[in-house]
Design a protein around this ligand. Structure first.
Ligand code: P6P
Length: 350
């Protein structure tokens, strides 16, 4: 007889019994996972659900705080997560990529000790072409003595996260979670309706031959990124001495899930287009949760010049350059930046 399946509920109860999480955090994660199941159903209906395409009306697109046209499923996923997390008493407030500011839990409900941040549907530009998308979430503690959290209370470095994860809506729906004791993958059993533990302790190989970047931005990259990728492309005849493969789904959850599963390096570096905004990807609900997961799986995550989880946030929707994945490959990319910066800092020869 095959060993009993371990559901997400049982996994979380065992984490609580081991003293690694409290009951409130267990409830929070269960609530987020249940909301992800609802989002998975909506995403899975595709054109049959009447939820594809842009939000807003013809000629009057709905634009979010990021300046991006919202998809109907962006708005629906955000509403699902807001409603699911309002009444449980585990949260003090929440913040979303889709909302200008954070929101305290409504006064009609009790408030808890945690702050939840999320990108309700990352990669949503891929929805209309049926490519995997996902939900990314990050959990922080509400600062001591704060009963009505404001945006400033969310501005904590990634090292302060107590949990993080994503749900990828792909051929299967998978939840990947860390509560600070490894990264673990759960697959949705659609017949039973529960997430089942399918990988305990994901590990990212320290070496890789696969990189993920949007190559169409190459001419806009900083010099160290040009040099780094240029050497990758030279393959075994070049300074890296091995050939590399490339993947780019343009859905961070899908690219990161591949890297957590088989290794690789994901980069969204500074380029002259996004540099004025600080980068493309958002720190609080994309880079930080993904970096927590990657480090828990033995990988590394950096801005190219600083460990991602050490970045002190200055804004709720702050953007950062991102390098994450196989430890030794991220270290190589960081080295290109450090060597470039050291040369640039040398006084010009007289
Ligand atoms: P580009 C999706 O919009 C996203 O935020 C990430 O999921 C993804 O990695 C990136 O942007 C894709 O950006 O410039 O390749 O479309």
């Amino acid at each position: 007889m095959s060993p009993p399946q371990i559901s997400l509920t049982r996994f979380l109860i065992e984490e609580e019994r081991a003293g690694r999480i409290g009951a409130d955090l267990r409830l929070l994660i269960e609530v987020v996972a249940r909301a992800c199941k609802t989002i998975s159903i909506a995403v899975g209906k595709g054109a049959l659900g009447g939820v594809l395409g842009d939000a807003g009306t013809a000629g009057n697109a709905s634009i979010n705080v990021q300046g991006e046209a919202q998809k109907k499923l962006d708005v629906l996923s955000n509403e699902i997560l807001l409603e699911a997390n309002a009444w449980g008493g585990h949260l003090a407030g929440l913040a979303s990529e889709e909302m200008d500011h954070s929101q305290p839990i409504p006064d009609v409900y009790p408030r808890g000790n945690y702050l939840l941040l999320f990108d309700p549907l990352d990669g949503s530009s891929n929805i209309d072409v049926n490519i995997s998308v996902g939900t990314i979430f990050s959990v922080l503690r509400c600062p001591e003595g704060v009963t009505t959290p404001s945006d400033a209370d969310f501005l904590q470095p990634g090292t302060a996260q107590v949990a993080a994860g994503y749900c990828t809506y792909g051929p299967s729906t998978m939840l990947v979670l860390t509560v600070g004791s490894g990264a673990h993958a759960f697959t949705l059993d659609r017949e039973v309706g529960s997430f089942v533990l399918t990988t305990r302790g994901m590990r990212i190989p320290e070496e890789t031959k696969e990189f993920a970047v949007n190559m169409s931005n190459q001419r806009f990259w900083e010099a160290p990124m040009q040099a780094y990728v240029g050497d990758l492309l030279e393959g075994k005849e070049g300074p890296r001495g091995k050939d590399f493969n490339m993947r780019w789904v343009a859905s961070m959850v899908a690219d990161v899930h591949r890297i957590l599963t088989r290794g690789g390096i994901f980069s969204y570096p500074l380029d002259s287009k996004c540099a004025p905004k600080g980068g493309k990807l958002r720190l609080m609900y994309e880079a930080n949760p993904m970096s927590f997961l990657v480090e828990q799986a033995g990988g590394a995550a950096s801005t190219g010049r600083q460990r991602m989880l050490d970045v002190q946030p200055s804004g709720l929707h702050q953007r950062v350059p991102v390098f994450l994945g196989s430890k030794h490959e991220v270290e190589a990319a960081v080295r290109y930046h450090a060597e470039h910066d050291a040369r640039a800092a040398q006084p010009a020869l007289a």
